[in-house]
Design a protein around this ligand. Structure first.
Ligand SMILES: [Zn+2]
Ligand SMILES: [Zn+2]
Length: 177
């Protein structure tokens, strides 16, 4: 998905609709098990040579439940709004007055007139992933003693058998149930 700044400047506005495959761009790591194609409804607008790209992204993701590790499918709808500028990022030391004010209107600096938008879209997806995915809000998690998935069956483990190193974790699970 190449964006050409000069092209955006010449046309004023360009629609960027369609689907993109993020395989190899979005890393399957951490809780992220799998994902479908990225659907995008974006518009690139020329702002005096800069490209303001905004709209909405949609993607189906599958994450591992943070308590029981079961796959948790979810559809994410992610707003996207970034302004791309060709050039070098200014030295933050030279901008120490502005650096203190986070007005949320930062620019993304690209080296060439033509750049690939996909890594930026993938980063938006990464940031939108739930930090602690849960298969359900009352997920019982895995037994800290025997590892049984307590959503599927009760294992009958006694808490006094809990390894002292895991006592804190057992405590956590008890408070949840
Ligand atoms: Zn779970
Ligand atoms: Zn158990």
């Amino acid at each position: 998905m190449l964006i050409h700044l000069k092209d955006v400047a010449a046309k004023g506005t360009i629609r960027l609709d369609g689907t993109e495959d993020l395989t190899g761009v979005l890393p399957k790591k951490g809780s992220l098990l799998d994902f479908g194609p990225l659907r995008m409804q974006l518009e690139a607008r020329d702002q005096a040579g800069m490209a303001e790209i905004s709209g909405q992204l949609e993607i189906d993701v599958e994450q591992a439940c943070s308590r029981c590790l079961a796959p948790v499918p979810q559809k994410l709808t992610i707003p996207f709004h970034e302004t791309f500028v060709k050039g070098e990022e200014p030295d933050p030391d030279a901008l120490d007055i502005e650096a203190d004010e986070d007005d949320g209107d930062d620019f993304l600096y690209v080296q060439e007139d033509r750049f690939d938008l996909l890594p930026y879209l993938a980063e938006s997806v990464m940031l939108a992933l739930p930090f602690i995915p849960l298969c359900s809000s009352d997920c019982q998690g895995l037994c800290p003693v025997c590892g049984t998935n307590r959503n599927e069956q009760a294992c009958g483990c006694k808490q006094d058998k809990v390894d002292p190193r895991l006592a804190g974790l057992a405590d956590f699970f008890n408070k949840q149930s």
